[in-house]
Design a binder for this molecule. Structure first.
Ligand code: NAD
Ligand code: ZN
Length: 232
């Protein structure tokens, strides 16, 4: 019985109405990534960074998961522990679609933590009216729980274990440019997995892909998942 590991990027959420980096010419919703997605950017202007993530948080709540997110949830229900999902996305749409075995390696718009005592909060528990929300345990500034450029992604140990064990590694809606995620396909292939990419354009790490399906994930993923469920 095959073990399936999926890696998703911004492209899987494009059909839900969230723009990818590539759509925006390398910007994140018209902002330079160094301003809104780096520790230095936060130190320089925490108010601006908070304004940006509050907008992203509210945007993520205003959209819905699409057929690709729901198809992955369906596959997980069907094959249980033989399914694991890594996402680079921070929009929470896999969790809202009902997926459980999800590793949000770049954090989540739904959470923040204290820059001093590290206390963790859900966005819905904090005062989002404040320009810079404050920790109610120690009074320091809170920051979004997003892995910014220059920071270490979450779950790298678990991810490596999954990459070594999986039989099929499927990469969906990611340009293959942001490391370390862009290197996962190489690791999986070296450890013997069959690698598949489902993407609108050729990803940059194309040379490590055994099978490429070009198109929209909302259309291709449900069909691909039905095929897996039929074949086991
Ligand atoms: P990217 O923007 O670099 O690449 C997106 C890829 O998805 C492109 O190759 C594009 O061809 C493809 N794509 C676009 N629409 C598609 C569709 N409908 N179906 C299939 N493929 C489609 O995204 P990335 O590789 O994920 O890197 C961006 C980084 O920015 C990530 O680390 C992520 O944390 C962050 N980000 C997240 C979100 C989100 O949470 N939704 C949005 C923007 C950026
Ligand atoms: Zn604190």
């Amino acid at each position: 019985m095959k073990k399936y590991l999926f890696l998703t990027g911004a492209g899987i959420s494009a059909e839900s109405g969230i723009r990818t980096f590539r759509d925006s010419g390398g910007l994140w919703e018209d902002h330079k990534v160094e301003d809104v997605a780096s520790p230095l950017g936060f130190r320089k202007d925490p108010q601006k960074v908070w304004k940006f993530y509050k907008e992203r948080y509210h945007q993520s709540l205003s959209v819905e998961p699409n057929p690709a997110h729901y198809a992955l949830k369906k596959l997980e229900d069907h094959i249980g522990d033989r399914f694991h999902l890594i996402t680079q996305n921070v929009d929470g749409l896999h969790i809202r679609a009902g997926s459980n075995r999800v590793l949000e390696m770049h954090g989540s718009l739904n959470r923040c933590f204290c820059s001093n005592c590290k206390a963790r909060y859900q966005m819905q528990e904090i005062d989002l009216q404040a320009d810079i929300p404050i920790c109610n345990k120690c009074g320091s500034q809170l920051r979004p729980d997003i892995v910014w450029f220059g920071e270490i992604p979450y779950f790298l140990y678990e991810i490596e274990e999954h990459l070594k064990k999986c039989d099929v590694f499927v990469v969906i809606g990611t340009s293959g440019t942001v490391y370390p995620a862009a290197g996962f396909v190489m690791t999986a292939k070296l450890f013997g997995a069959h690698t598949i990419a489902i993407n609108l354009d050729r990803p940059d790490n194309f040379s490590f892909i055994d099978e490429f399906h070009q198109g929209k994930s909302g259309e291709l993923i449900p069909v691909y998942i039905e095929r897996i469920m039929e074949s086991g």
